[in-house]
Design a protein around this ligand. Structure first.
Ligand code: SF4
Length: 120
């Protein structure tokens, strides 16, 4: 999986992500003709350009998340898929985890960083 990976179904249709496979209205092209207008549409959606998201702390890491979830929840693949509650519950713990991991890595690789400076 990567940003440039595509999925090919048994009929040669291309999709951006696994849950959309088989839903031809979301196909981004096929192996014979390449990418279609839907691909450009998906890549330039900017679903986060709304008042709710523009006022949200998590917009740089969210971007209004998953198009398939939006489709499931609202019937509209272009609707925001808000996971703010999830981010609020998990982000502080993730930051602590990453900070601890960075500290351990520093301790293992070099001088200790404590009270704003490195020890010799
Ligand atoms: S968490 Fe919700 S409000 Fe915030 S950027 Fe994501 S979709 Fe928008």
């Amino acid at each position: 999986m990567s940003e440039t990976a595509r999925i090919v179904d048994p009929l040669g249709k291309l999709y951006n992500c696994p849950p959309l496979v088989g839903r031809e209205e979301f196909s981004i092209g096929d192996v014979w003709n390449g990418l279609n207008y839907k691909f450009s549409e998906f890549m330039t959606l900017d679903v986060w350009r709304n008042d709710q998201c523009l006022d949200c702390t998590y917009v740089p890491m969210c971007g209004s998340v998953c198009r398939y979830e939006a489709h499931l929840k609202t019937g509209d693949i272009y609707a925001p898929d808000c996971e703010k509650e999830f981010f609020e519950r998990t982000t502080p713990e993730m930051i602590k985890f990453e900070y601890d991991a960075a500290q351990q890595s520093l301790r293992a690789d070099g001088p200790e960083f404590e009270n704003g400076s490195f020890s010799e």
